[in-house]
Ligand binder design. Structure first.
Ligand SMILES: [Fe+2]
Length: 397
């Protein structure tokens, strides 16, 4: 009975906080990789990176750190952006054939997600398809993750996303976060401005959408609002001065801490739409998040104006003399302006989407973004979702 009531009232819902076993954060901390792996009892490591990370020498540096601790290393550098499940089939063969006892993933969200999935199949029978979905992962092999972007929060979150037959699949389990997350802001310093922008909008979406979620609470909001404050203060500096380590550090911190929030709250209409648009337009995830976020904020004003007004204030928007609704709208417009300032597209028509395609986008969303429908505070219907996409098509909020 109590459980039934609690499930309907957000503040009575039990909170399950999900963490990696430990986190190292700071400039230069990637040097501890070998030591951390040794502490986990590792002797053979499969190091998963993307080709860019491999080229920048980060993979080589990581390999040396592991070998210094007498850990043998094989490198897999075949992770593509928005990774396909076939990539995990490849790493499955490698990890099982090589008898590896630890998986290390260094890269953006795609690389870390492939590393997470590989650590699952390393410790379980079958294929990764057997573990996709909610709560199916019961164990994994040892896992260390280290991000080279500041956005996904995948280094600490309980999710991973893989593309199968053109569709994005979501896996969630409290067993998914790694044994150790090593977050070294120096690894993000070579990110080009466009990647800095996309990944920053991903982190900002996680924060704002986590606050909007029906499962948001004081614990998650503590992380999410702090992340918004850091992003508000440092996003532009990180974009315009890539070398500015203070800004890079702040963006890494924001992306990391908000991972604790959305692992509990899930995400709402913005990510629901961004995932589906990523499939159709083959957009990098962060770019899709930047496109959708202002409209996601605007969509929820009728039920979350006060929360969004607080988001505006924390983001650094001047809200003096404005009602909650006006402040919330100004926050959405500010985010949209920032998307445009950073050279990203802020409407569907700019991406070449036709107005008549909206019907299909709505149908796809209703069929496949079921988790985000559940978490979104405003009830999503075919009618209001169509309006949401029409506004996004027009670029009008
Ligand atoms: Fe995301």
């Amino acid at each position: 009975m109590i459980e039934e009531i609690a499930s309907k009232i957000p503040l009575l819902k039990p909170i399950k906080a999900i963490f990696p076993s430990s986190v190292l954060f700071g400039v230069g901390c990637i040097e501890s990789l070998g030591e951390e792996a040794k502490n986990l009892g590792a002797s053979r490591a499969l190091l998963i990176v993307d080709p860019v990370v491999a080229k920048l020498g980060v993979a080589e540096q990581a390999k040396l750190s592991l070998e210094k601790q007498q850990i043998s290393v094989e490198i897999f550098d075949g992770v593509e952006p928005e990774p396909h499940i076939e990539t995990v089939h490849k790493t499955t063969q490698i990890v099982r054939r090589g008898n590896f006892d630890i998986v290390v993933g260094i890269g953006g969200g795609s690389t870390m997600d492939v590393a997470k999935a590989t650590s699952v199949v390393a410790a379980n029978p079958g294929t990764i398809e057997d573990y996709i979905g909610f709560g199916k992962v019961k164990r994994r092999s040892s896992l260390i993750l280290s991000p080279t972007t500041a956005g996904t929060g995948s280094e600490v979150s309980a999710f991973f996303v893989l593309t199968k037959d053109g569709y994005k699949t979501l896996t969630f389990s409290p067993k998914v976060p790694p044994d150790v997350a090593i977050i070294d802001p120096m690894l993000t310093i070579t990110m080009p401005p466009k990647v800095t922008a996309g990944s920053g909008f991903d982190a900002l979406s996680h924060a704002i959408e986590s606050i909007l979620s029906v499962d948001s609470n004081e614990y998650t909001e503590m992380f999410a609002f702090k992340a918004i404050e850091l992003i508000g203060k440092y996003f532009k500096t990180a974009f315009y001065q890539g070398w500015n380590i203070e800004a890079r550090r702040a963006m890494s911190m924001a992306a990391f801490i908000v991972g604790f929030a959305f692992s509990v709250t899930g995400l709402v209409i913005g990510h629901g739409a961004a995932m589906r648009l990523g499939e159709v337009l083959h957009l990098p995830h962060g770019e899709a998040c930047g496109l959708c976020l202002p409209y996601a904020m605007e969509f929820n004003i009728p039920v979350a104006a006060e929360k969004l007004a607080k988001v505006a204030e924390v983001l650094g928007v001047d809200t003096r003399g404005l009602s909650h609704e006006e402040a919330a709208r100004k926050a959405a417009k500010t985010v949209k302006s920032l998307v445009e300032e950073f050279g990203l597209k802020s409407s569907l028509k700019e991406y070449g989407v036709k107005k008549e395609d909206i019907e299909k986008l709505v149908a796809d969303f209703l069929e496949r973004s079921t988790a985000e429908i559940k978490w979104n505070p405003r009830t999503i219907t075919k009618e209001n979702l169509t309006k949401f996409y029409e506004k996004m098509w027009e670029g009008n909020i």
